[in-house]
Write a protein that binds this ligand. Structure first.
Ligand code: ADP
Ligand code: MG
Length: 243
């Protein structure tokens, strides 16, 4: 059984059909990339997994539970961490306050919350150095790190990330993906939405390509990286650069 199993999922905004019957799986220990151009339905997929949107039909099974009708915080309690599009950190709160907001389900166990924050500061020493600073003063890369750390406070089984490399310089994009690999090495499965197909296909085990609300291609990341259609549409058509 997969950790995440999506079956024939349809999601609409009024008359706009954003997802038209998608199937997608994430097995335990996998890094799966969800690629596709602007408006393909990537964010809609993640928001539906998180319980922020309701499907019109179809199923989302997470950790063996059908989560379609659960509330977002109940899905978090089952072990889902979501790093939303645009990071959504609170600029006028400190780094430490932002981090601890990720642990709202531990609010009655402050010592445990402090321990988890401590352990994340070991993984992200840069955040520790800046823990008393207002989050709004962090660089883009540091803000993304904070958004990721915040989603890890509750030790999720599955981390879903929406365009974590958006707006970052190439060196930082590389850093974010090495953080993603490190998180997986610690036993967290990953579903990452990306427009940066090249870097995502280097890091992921498998990938899906979403086009206008449908899965157009799926397979091992290495195979997709050498697929003619993927190269033409998402890797700039350059046969030598995808390596
Ligand atoms: N809140 C919304 N209201 C109406 N349409 C939306 C809304 N959010 C997204 N859409 C539409 O749904 C489709 C998929 O959007 P989205 O999931 O954000 O795509 P992606 O993340 O791949 O760029 C697009 O056609 C988009 O215009
Ligand atoms: Mg999006």
């Amino acid at each position: 059984m997969g950790l995440l199993e999506i079956r024939d999922l349809h999601v609409a905004y009024g008359k706009i059909e954003a997802l038209r019957g998608i199937d997608l799986d994430v097995a335990e220990g996998e890094i799966v990339a969800l690629l596709g151009s602007n408006g393909a339905g990537k964010t809609t997929t993640l928001r539906t997994i998180s319980g922020l949107l309701r499907p019109r039909s179809g199923q989302v099974l997470f950790a063996g539970t059908e989560v379609n009708r659960l509330r977002a915080h109940e899905i978090v309690a089952l072990g889902l961490g979501h790093v939303p599009e645009g990071r959504r950190i609170f600029s006028s709160l400190t780094v430490d306050e932002n981090l601890k907001l990720g642990g709202f389900l531990l609010r009655k166990r402050p010592n445990e919350l402090t321990r988890r924050a401590q352990s994340l500061y070991e993984t992200f020493p840069r955040l520790y150095e800046r823990r008393t600073q207002l989050a709004g003063t962090l660089s883009g890369g540091e803000q993304q790190m904070l958004a990721i750390a915040r989603a890890l406070v509750l030790k999720p089984k599955l981390l879903i990330l929406d365009e974590p490399s958006m707006g970052l310089a190439p060196k930082l994009v590389h850093m974010i993906f090495s953080i993603i690999s490190k998180i997986r090495a610690e036993g967290v499965s990953i579903l990452v939405v990306e427009q940066n197909a090249r870097q995502a296909l280097r890091t992921a085990d498998r990938a899906y390509v979403l086009e206008s609300g449908r899965i157009a291609l799926a397979g091992p990341a290495r195979e997709l990286a050498s697929d003619r259609r993927v190269r033409a549409a998402y890797l700039g058509g350059d046969a030598t650069a995808a390596g």
